[in-house]
Design a protein around this ligand. Structure first.
Ligand code: FE
Ligand code: ZN
Ligand code: FE
Ligand code: FE
Length: 207
């Protein structure tokens, strides 16, 4: 990274710190600069806490978006294995939304969703695949591919959230986040099995 870029960031931080507005959010210890960037105010732990809360809001949005996207994916699938895997994961996802609300409550924050650009993009990719393929094994293979990208994004996110919660000493939150992390890994495994067992093979045979 160039030193000039570093300098610019530091300058920006300095100027926004001097402006120092009353924080819109309710967090006691951390604040956001005028450009909305998370910064450490007094300690790294304060900054990490705000990053943790923001990341929770992001995945809360993402999980809710998935409760709307998964039924469309199931409807577009033909393999019984795949339809079952998606529908099972839909009920799991609905529980995960509630579990996130528990996490917010445990850490004394109001549950709020903040748009996740990554999940929006991943869902859009899945929609494009469904538009660009005919119903059958090829579309099924595409739906599996899109779903696995989604699961991997969630695995990365919950792994990070559990690590943040551990550092912050939010031990009850860690347990809930790790439970969801295990479910996302399980979903990914089931999708891999669905792909290996039949779907990719059928897709290859089709033409
Ligand atoms: Fe999830
Ligand atoms: Zn996100
Ligand atoms: Fe991403
Ligand atoms: Fe998931």
């Amino acid at each position: 990274m160039a030193t000039t870029a570093k300098k610019t960031t530091a300058d920006k931080a300095k100027s926004t710190a001097s402006k120092s507005t009353a924080s819109r959010n309710t967090a006691k210890t951390a604040s956001k600069s005028a450009d909305g960037k998370v910064k450490a105010k007094s300690t790294a732990a304060d900054g990490l806490r705000e990053l943790f809360v923001d990341s929770l809001k992001d995945i809360y949005w993402a999980e809710k978006a998935l409760t709307k996207a998964l039924p469309k994916m199931a409807k577009n699938s033909t393999s019984e294995n795949l339809i079952t895997a998606i529908n099972d994961h839909l009920s799991v996802t609905e529980e995960q939304v509630k579990r996130l609300e528990q996490v917010f409550s445990l850490i004394g924050e109001k549950a709020a969703a903040k748009k996740c650009d990554a999940m929006e993009g991943l869902i859009k990719e899945g929609e494009s695949i469904m538009e660009e393929t005919e119903a059958g094994p090829v579309r099924d293979a595409g739906i599996i591919a899109a779903s696995q990208k989604i699961e991997h994004y969630e695995i990365a996110t919950y792994g990070t959230l559990a690590a943040f919660a551990t550092t912050l000493g939010e031990d009850d939150a860690v347990l809930l986040l790790e439970k969801t992390l295990a479910e996302e890994k399980e979903a990914d495994t089931l999708l891999t099995e669905a792909a290996y067992n039949t779907i990719n093979f059928d897709a290859n045979e089709e033409d």
